[in-house]
Design a protein around this ligand. Sequence first.
Ligand code: AMP
Length: 395
Amino acid sequence: MKILVINAGSSSLKYQLFDMESGDVLVKGLCERIGSGGEITHKRPNSEPYKTEAEFPTHEEALAMVLDLLVSKEYGFIESIDEIDAVGHRIAHGGEKYKQSTPIDDEVIAYLETIVPINPLHGPPAIKGMKACKRLMGNVPQVGVFDTSFYSNMEDFRTIYPIPYELYEQYKIRRYGFHGTSHRYVSAKAAEIVGKPIEELKIVTCHLGNGSSITAVDKGIAIDTSMGFTPQEGVPMGTRSGSIDPTVIPYIMKATNMNADEIEDLLNRKSGLLGVSGISNDNRNVAKAANEGNYRAGLAIKMLINSIKKIVGSYVAELNGIDVLVFTAGIGENDKNLRQKVCADMDFFGIKIDEELNNKGEINISAKDAKVQTLVIPTDEEYMIALDTAKFCKE
Ligand code: AMP
């Protein structure tokens, strides 16, 4: 069985073709600058990437080129588009309706269109991707895999904000959570690694990348997560502030005459590691400057570490314990210093890592006498999407 996974962004379209029998990625690539020119990078394993300029006025032209490449003699892997059994779409927001991955039909697309106001950045490109697939691939089954659906069992007292309840009723302002596909993947993998059924485990998963979120998983069910109404809430990120006192926002607006769009831009694109350090949104650059003694870079890194510790600690309280702590994504998988500092002085919770294992980049970095298993697990959202999509093909 072959599954094509598509992740459509505002001006980009990522794709991976999986062989589900072996779990291998047959080809993957990225279309960029959709709507303002175009460029495609297409890669098969063990060969140099094919990169070329193209003209993509819309996502549909980009997808058409991807499909052409997939069947091309030189760069492809299949003889005909009919060999693709299904398409899995990464969809950031499923609103309150989609509590699990769902086959896409007109009704699903119509619902996703109604929730564009609460998903203005990711909703429109995802819808364009689904519509383009339908036009270009006819009746090939399509499945939507929603980042929010892992959080659909979160209880109301964890999702409703303490603001007038009518705002939830009227505008659906509540916490939804994001990165769910990644947290779902690594929590399942963590159970596999420690060799216990997930139903017996209390897991805290830290997805730390350019965007970061932390999730508490009880018996396989996400009970709380750090991102909320948007991916802005929680820990400080590359360019996003994470949680701040909400009154700071009107105060800045009044003091600087910023309008709503400008303050949103400030909190989304000019804050976090970039805003505090003044150097970069990239953790590697900020960590390097911090090591060289740059005060603001050091401050940004300390803030990030402290924020992760606070959220992990609060989830241990909510879970009434912790069996497994997981680090994943760009920072979580690669930054051993950050992992070491997050886990330092957490022995009260039973969290203790082995410095040598951590430095060597092992999967299980727990100290021998630690009660909690601390794991570093590379995330694979695309494979999770392919697995979900394949389930619908078999049924
Ligand atoms: P992601 O969004 O998951 O791709 O993660 C991107 C983040 O991971 C960036 O802030 C990178 O600086 C960070 N990152 C990637 N590799 C490393 C590394 N070797 N050491 C520290 N941070 C890293």
